[in-house]
Design a protein around this ligand. Structure first.
Ligand code: ZN
Ligand code: ZN
Length: 399
């Protein structure tokens, strides 16, 4: 299977220059907002940020006076192929129909201001290629292929048992260009495996971490309990997904191992307050309320302990509409700047794109958004979506 994009197809169709005038840029590292600047982007890169007012021949010019310019947002835990919340329905779709539904999900994510998405199960490298070749309009995509789970793991996963099977399956996925590997290391809220059950043996996890390391990539893991989080971190997992029940031991391990925490509170919020969980029975709904509340406590603990935290949402089906709600949810226990850093700087670190994505500076990709209002004083500027005025992806104005 050809996994690399064809360079003849990925070249910019027209060599384009974009000039954004009057840009008050939020420096997500310092939290300072600049006085009005001119941003010049050429062929997808920011080539100049200055106070110059000279005209650039042949450039598209726009003024964003009065709004705040931020780096394009990064969702570090999404499932772009889960256009329905009913996994049985998804499995009934033909590949071409599934691709069309996925294209719509991708487009909408970009329209919310997410210029980069790390897919944590479902998206293959063909989607990444289709976006790079501009066959689809969507965020930059980091794709890891299927979620790997042991027998008994939850829906839409690829079952692998035993060290040899794990290595064989991961080698194929890494050969085909996966950006990362996703393992299920505990049960989940809606899975058949109990939430406190541990998935995979130590030997299987070590084999997966080893295979990913050999390919210079990494493993992210679905885990809930403190026991499962600590076990994953001790065995070399780099990103912890969900992690709603952290304790002090988990925190110490995050810091010691330079690992990342990617909470996904929006998916539980969508069930509790966004009314997407009508199909769940009363016991499951009560369990979700607890998972959500403990998730907020864990986020607060990780934040005050200095753990590096990415922005994740883990939504599917109608819940996808709540992708920006995670800003408001996190704002209950974190400073606005900390939440914005998660969705920019830290997201870029997680996907290995520090300095290129998640920042507005010379030499970075020209992925940015402009919002009306000050997101540092009110995260609703981001979470409501209504203040979004401009989206630039790869140096091109989307709207
Ligand atoms: Zn999960
Ligand atoms: Zn997920």
């Amino acid at each position: 299977m050809p996994v690399r994009s064809d360079p003849r197809r990925t070249r910019p169709r027209t060599r384009s220059t974009l000039v954004l005038r009057d840009a008050s840029i939020l420096d997500v590292e310092t939290g300072e907002v600049s006085s009005p600047r001119t941003i010049v982007a050429h062929d997808g890169d920011i080539v100049e940020i200055s106070t110059s007012t000279r005209t650039v021949p042949g450039a598209q010019e726009l003024s964003v006076v009065g709004s705040t310019v931020l780096p394009g947002l990064i969702d570090a835990h999404a499932h772009v192929t889960q256009a329905s919340g009913d996994f049985t329905e998804i499995l009934s779709w033909s590949p071409s129909y599934h691709a069309a539904r996925t294209a719509e999900v991708l487009h909408r994510m970009l329209l919310r201001g997410f210029t980069t998405v790390r897919d944590m199960g479902g998206a293959d490298t063909g989607l990444r290629r289709a976006i790079e070749e501009r066959l689809l309009t969507g965020p930059r995509l980091k794709a890891g292929g299927p979620i790997f789970a042991p027998t008994g793991g939850h829906a839409l996963t690829r079952v692998v048992d035993g060290e040899a099977e794990v290595r064989r399956a991961l080698r194929a996925e890494l050969r085909d260009g996966a950006d990362h590997i996703k393992l299920t290391l505990s049960g989940g809220v809606i899975s058949k495996m109990r939430i406190d059950s541990l998935g995979f043996s130590e030997a299987e996890i070590l084999a997966a971490v080893d295979e990913a390391a050999l390919a210079h990539r990494y493993v992210g893991a679905h885990v809930y309990s403190a026991e499962a989080v600590s076990r994953a971190l001790r065995l070399g997992v780099r990103t912890i997904e969900h992690g709603n029940f952290l304790d002090e031991e988990c925190i110490a391990l995050f810091l010691e191992r330079d690992a990342y925490y990617v909470p996904t509170l929006a998916t539980f919020w969508a069930i509790v307050e966004g009314h997407t969980g009508q199909h769940l029975d009363a016991a499951k709904r009560t369990a979700v309320v607890e998972v959500f509340e403990r998730g907020l406590e864990s986020l607060a603990l990780a934040d005050r302990s200095g753990v590096r935290i990415g922005y994740g949402t883990d939504l599917h089906g109608e819940g996808l509409a709540f992708q920006l709600e995670e800003f408001a949810i996190r704002g209950r226990v974190q400073d606005p700047l900390a939440v914005i850093r998660s969705a920019t700087l830290t997201g870029a670190e997680i996907i290995g794109e520090s300095g290129r994505l998640g920042v507005v500076r010379e030499g970075a990709k020209a992925d940015l958004i402009a919002v009306n209002g000050d997101p540092l004083s009110d995260l609703a500027v981001l979470s409501s979506g209504r203040a979004l005025r401009l989206i630039v992806t790869d140096g091109e104005v989307l709207r």
